[in-house]
Design a protein around this ligand. Structure first.
Ligand SMILES: C[S@@+](CC[C@H](N)C(=O)[O-])C[C@H]1O[C@@H](n2cnc3c(N)ncnc32)[C@H](O)[C@@H]1O
Length: 288
């Protein structure tokens, strides 16, 4: 596995790092949450190949004992951690995703999963309950970014030798985000999405909470579109992308129409995949 890794960063270096870029479009504040519907998310995950993301989360938590997965979704990474360590806890606000997680837990898969309905902004645990917290692809969906990140630090015990907080967000060249930013975000009247900004803000908050030693990695997830017919493929990708962030949006038909030419151009270069490239931020307690 080859990964570009850069370690020993402080929060200012994270903010300035190209993996949190592009620096010239860094917004001044949180743009507010995307709404993630359930059918759109299921379609998205059915096409998602996570690449090295799962093994990276597993190797990051291999020396941990009590891991919390914040916003576990349908639980692909929660399960991977539970299989590795025998147990993983997740907090997830969306009732249909909680039900999917419960089904898996009740089916008796390897490793136990504790599932709690709840939100990152108010985690139902006492201080230092866990020694690792993971929050993958959730920062763009929380209502209050600062509270959510502070809560992750609060429930993570900095005295554990392997204490860490692992966040994943979009890399600056994330193809999915770039297509949506180009074709749909302005049409929906929303501010530009900048995922590096979320990681940079999170790093500043975590540093203030004592988790100020950062490592950055890059990952290469992608959505796969195997449809042989080119127009059927463009249609499928337009559905997947629009339903991911704009499921049930009143301008849905217009958004689909607007995104198709951008997807068509993208498929000329990369015919069967749209990249969901990620930046992974691992925050450890800074040694004094
Ligand atoms: C893009 S999904 C990622 C799911 C999972 N972490 C993964 O990597 O597969 C984002 C998840 O964050 C959850 N979410 C939304 N708002 C949240 C909040 N305030 N606190 C915790 N999770 C939240 C959503 O319900 C959804 O399951």
């Amino acid at each position: 596995m080859t990964l570009s890794t850069v370690s020993g960063l402080d929060a200012a270096a994270v903010r300035a790092h190209p993996l949190c870029g592009p620096a010239e479009f860094m917004p001044a504040r949180y743009r507010g949450p995307h709404r993630l519907g359930h059918l759109g998310w299921l379609d998205f995950t059915s096409r998602l190949e996570r690449g090295e993301e799962t093994s990276l989360v597993c190797s990051a938590t291999a020396a941990n004992e009590r891991v919390l997965d914040v916003g576990g979704g349908t639980g692909e990474l929660t399960r991977a951690v539970a299989v590795q360590l025998g147990h993983c806890t997740t907090v997830e606000p969306h009732s249909e995703r909680v039900a999917a997680l419960n089904e898996y837990a009740e089916a008796g898969g390897t490793g136990t999963i504790e599932i709690l309905p709840g939100r990152a902004e108010s985690l139902p645990f006492t201080d230092g309950t866990f020694d690792a917290v993971i929050a993958t692809w959730i920062l763009p969906y929380v209502d209050d970014l600062e509270r959510a990140v502070r809560e992750m630090a609060r429930v993570c015990d900095p005295r554990h030798p392997a204490a860490k907080i692992v966040l994943i967000g979009g890399a600056p060249d994330n193809e999915l985000v770039s297509i949506l930013n180009q074709a749909c975000v302005p049409l929906a009247g929303e501010p530009h999405d900048h995922q590096g900004h979320l990681l940079a803000v999170a790093a500043g908050i975590l540093a203030g909470e004592g988790f100020g030693d950062f490592t950055l990695y890059r990952t290469e997830a992608s959505l796969r579109f195997p449809e042989p017919d080119p127009e059927a493929r463009v249609h499928a990708a337009a559905e997947t992308l629009v339903n991911f962030w704009f499921e049930g949006h009143p301008a849905g038909a217009e958004l689909r129409r607007a995104v198709k030419p951008v997807i068509r151009r993208h498929f000329e270069r990369r015919p069967h995949a749209i990249g969901d490239q990620g930046t992974v931020l691992v925050a450890r307690p800074r040694k004094r």
